[in-house]
Write a protein that binds this ligand. Sequence first.
Ligand code: AMP
Length: 376
Amino acid sequence: MHVLVLGAGQLARMMALAGAPLNIKLSAFDVGTGNIVHPLTQALLGHGLDNAIEQADVITAEFEHIPHDVLDICEKSGKFLPSTEAIKAGGDRRLEKALLDRAQVANARYYVINSREDFAAAIDHVGLPMVLKSTLGGYDGKGQWRLKADSDVEAIWLEMAACIAETPNQAIVAEEFVPFDREVSLVGARGKSGEIEVYPLAENVHTNGVLSLSTAIVDTELQQQAKAMFTAVAEELNYVGVLALEFFDVQGKLLVNEIAPRVHNSGHWTQQGAETCQFENHLRAVCGMPLGGTALIRPTSMVNILGEDALPQSVLSQHACHIHWYGKDKRPGRKMGHINVCADNLEALSQELVKLADQLDETAFPAVRENALKLS
Ligand code: AMP
């Protein structure tokens, strides 16, 4: 099997690593350069996108911000999974919100803003405080505003109007501010014949809008709610592949915040903590193979490595730690890799995380220690 992945970042890289034992070969389309590259070495491959599409058995994506003309060519080939509709919904908050409504899954009240009049209507409809998000191109908390008081309306409108003017088809989605207790996500896979396997929920900690820590959690009631919402969204899209749903947990009731039509950072823990990792299950799904098991095999957390390209040797000596570098050039705040930390029980996991935090710089690894202490 040969799979072409749209996007050539760490998710394509980890798919390639997971596909090798199943004899699934990957090439990747670098959206920035338009080149077809090897997902591990980034070496140039082949003769452009049309040729790569022809050679592939299956085409999939690791990234939702893909030019629509590229998506359309891939769709026409009949080889693209999950679907261009799913990828477009993941890259446009307007489409995402409409999808959640169609699937009848709970999400924050919202209003789409294209003009100053819409902004006034949004304030009436949604109320204050509200969170305002650019509909296109926003991720990891970028392109967002918080409106707490009427006195801030004009200043925020000026910034939003500039954002709308900057990008064709841009708009702003106003959302009610959700007083959540925590953020959790569900990663799961749907196969070609409609079978669904979901992983245990992960509890996620964001620092400055970027995921810093994810821990697999066992909570039967919450898991059932999340799985029902996952199933509704996946079936609405007739989805094939791995899909992630991010939720706000408000006193035990889940609201979907966003969807990611792809393998997800909050599912990286599955590489060491689940029977089959999310990357392998995505490939199994899109290649029409049976899905692998998703059960938790041991308590696991994932710590993102942000803006660092080296770790102390002592982390390699800590047997609970499994390091995954992405081979990227160092930039402040950039996701450079992650560390999966495993243990036999939650108390031991907490101790291993504290031990890890003791060896690391707090700015590159925020939130590890304080959240580790909450686990035991
Ligand atoms: P997003 O890009 O939608 O994931 O938003 C980035 C972060 O902003 C989320 O992880 C939340 O911590 C926070 N956030 C987003 N939407 C809301 C909301 N409606 N209410 C409260 N916090 C929010």
